[in-house]
Design a protein around this ligand. Structure first.
Ligand code: MG
Length: 156
């Protein structure tokens, strides 16, 4: 088996939708980015690519490519999964943590898990998504941005 870790950060800004794990989360601000800026899916893709030894999403989906502007990150995840499947790898499980002071995310976590499981082709029980505040500390704690960590296991 192979293990991979992913980490990502996006800045919060006015006039953007907040999309986390493919879920539109109601909030007064959203994450800035070239795609939908879904920080959880980005961390997940980097964990998958890391475990597969295939670099990172910056290399695969460069910001300079207009094809990825505003794109749903779940579509990018489908592309990553296609590569892994072609390489004879499948996902064992995913464990992820979102670092956000606000909004409260507990009610949305089950749907994020379902979305990620569906797009990775595994049962939802093999996906765990957690959220934590940062006690008001740092850029996540002061609401400047949202970060996410992800760890995945790949199996042949
Ligand atoms: Mg990102």
């Amino acid at each position: 088996m192979r293990i991979g870790h992913g980490y990502d950060v996006h800045r919060l800004a006015e006039g953007r939708k907040l999309v986390l794990g493919g879920v539109d989360v109601p909030y007064e601000r959203g994450l800035m980015g070239h795609s939908d800026a879904d920080v959880l899916v980005h961390a997940t893709m980097d964990a998958l690519l890391g475990a597969a030894g295939q670099g990172d999403i910056g290399r695969l989906f460069p910001d300079s490519n207009p094809a990825y502007k505003g794109i749903s990150s779940l579509v990018l995840l489908d592309y990553v999964m296609e590569r892994l499947t072609q390489g004879g790898l499948r996902v064992g499980n995913l464990d992820a943590t979102i670092l956000a002071q606000r909004p409260k995310l507990a009610d949305f976590l089950p749907q994020m898990q379902k979305n990620l499981a569906l797009h990775m082709g595994i049962p939802p029980e093999r996906v765990n998504v957690k959220a934590t505040t940062e006690e008001g500390l740092g850029f996540t704690g002061t609401g400047q941005g949202i970060a996410a960590h992800a760890v995945v296991l790949l199996e042949p």
